[in-house]
Design a protein around this ligand. Structure first.
Ligand SMILES: Nc1ncnc2c1ncn2[C@@H]1O[C@H](COP(=O)(O)OP(=O)(O)OP(=O)(O)O)[C@@H](O)[C@H]1O
Ligand SMILES: [Mg+2]
Length: 266
């Protein structure tokens, strides 16, 4: 079952050589409910990956606090699965070995580990590729192994950083639907970063919009799309078209023409 996430007044900066302190995130506050699917959009360099790293526990905020199920984050943990922006597979392990890794860390017995890893490779359409090494896979296939790995140990929270950005349009749409099905089945909380407004509206129950310099969340928009039947063309539904337009306006610093479902995030 999914866990809730609470990001409270988080600030994060970096020290640049000879250029002093550089503030990336300032006063970022938002909540994600247990089992919610939230998409995060914002311009390149606004701090999306930095924010995800903080939730993953890979870095610590300079100020503020992040709680998962009301517990402050101490570091990385198996309650949170991460799919990175760039393929982060172990080059010395096969596709199957990479997926098994999280299960190994969780103490799942060998035979069960293999069975589950195979099932997740099947799920992302890589059933026949378990014995391949990362350098023998295409970019899209590597990303699918990373997704299978993150899903295999059944995390409470799935943090995804533009996981489908490098894929061709058709594979991307297939994996989007697959991810929605997995989310509906598992109830995992998902935070999904993307550059694509279309992708954010298609996947998210809610879309958070970020602005840059300093990085902060400016808007939160609820998405009311009927996702029970994924074979329908959701992308041409009036709600989809309206939201895409509104978010486009917001990310281009214009006022949205229809602001019905618009809520300021902070
Ligand atoms: N370790 C670091 N040291 C110094 N600056 C950093 C570091 N990591 C990120 N930054 C800076 O922080 C800012 C935000 O980076 P981040 O990777 O979070 O952006 P992003 O929103 O994920 O961008 P993109 O959409 O291109 O992936 C950038 O200006 C980047 O140069
Ligand atoms: Mg990034």
């Amino acid at each position: 079952m999914g866990a809730s996430i609470s990001v409270r007044n988080v600030a994060k900066g970096f020290h640049l050589t000879r250029r002093g302190h550089f503030s990336v995130l300032e006063d970022v506050t938002f909540k994600v409910a247990a089992g919610e699917f939230v998409a995060l959009v914002g311009p390149s360099g606004c701090g999306k990956t930095t924010l995800l790293d903080l939730i993953a526990g890979l870095a610590r905020p300079d100020r503020g606090q992040i709680l998962v199920n009301d517990h402050p984050i101490e570091g990385p943990g198996l309650d949170r699965g991460v799919v990175f922006q760039q393929y982060a597979l172990f080059p010395w392990k096969t596709a199957l070995g990479n997926v098994e890794f999280g299960l190994e860390a969780k103490g799942v017995a060998r035979a069960e580990r293999k069975r589950r890893a195979r099932a997740f490779l099947d799920l992302v359409g890589l059933g026949g590729f378990g014995d391949r090494y990362p350098h023998e896979l295409s970019g899209g296939m590597k990303q699918r192994v990373a997704i299978a790995r993150a899903l295999s140990f059944d995390p409470d929270v799935l943090l995804m950083d533009e996981p489908f950005a490098a894929l061709d349009a058709q594979t991307r749409e297939t994996l989007q639907d697959e991810l929605l099905r997995i989310w509906q089945r598992t109830g995992t909380t998902i935070v999904f970063i993307t550059h694509s407004i279309d992708e954010a509206v298609y996947l998210g129950q809610r879309v958070l919009v970020m602005a840059a310099a300093p990085g902060r969340i400016t808007h939160s928009l609820n998405v009311h799309l009927e996702r029970d039947n994924l074979s329908e063309d959701l992308r041409s539904a009036p709600e989809f078209v309206r939201l895409r337009h509104d978010i486009w306006q917001l990310t281009h610093q214009r006022r949205p023409t229809s602001g019905a479902a618009l809520v300021h995030a902070a």
